[in-house]
Design a binder for this molecule. Sequence first.
Ligand code: ADP
Ligand code: MG
Length: 191
Amino acid sequence: MTLQDRDNHPSAAGAGEARLYEAFIALGSNLGDRERYLQEAIRLLNDHPLIEVIRCSDVYETDPVGYADQGSFLNMVAAVRTALSPSQLHAHMQHIENRLGRVRTIPNGPRTVDLDLLLYDHTELHTPELTVPHPRMWERAFVLVPLLDAIGERPEFRASITRRLDTLEGKEGVLRWSSFNWPSGFGLSGS
Ligand code: ADP
Ligand code: MG
């Protein structure tokens, strides 16, 4: 279903002429069936009548950063087209985290699934709940490596990401784990 089709959805009343924005969402999981959590989170994003997942990165396995005594992460990035505002999109991302059972205990600690809003077109936003672009994305190889896969035809972002990855430490700890062919799902699994 395309986003245009979804404009006929009752919850999109009046949104037929809404402008569509392109946003990039980082997903991470290091508890339980990590692959299934990522797949479910992508499906739930796309199930929203005003969100369309347009591209997904490959999936990477990454050693934990910050709180080391936990399992390794699977990380990926999804590109979406949406008529939601940044705060509406973030609220839906938190709804997905809660629905998939994320329990917030230790900062940077284990989680079934974590969704971070990296970029929302060229919007800059600073509210108590939401900072966009994501304030830590430029320090995190496990975010920038999959973001480069998903960035598509955005030469201005592609150049900045490539330049930053040239000098960023830790990118050798981000290993390609499987492909994720949206909308069909995972390709060859690394384990
Ligand atoms: P982290 O993702 O840094 O490991 P959390 O997922 O627990 O940590 O997020 C902590 C807080 O960060 C959330 O309460 C959320 O409101 C806030 N936050 C600020 N900017 C963003 C963003 N761009 N994407 C996601 N969360 C954000
Ligand atoms: Mg988060």
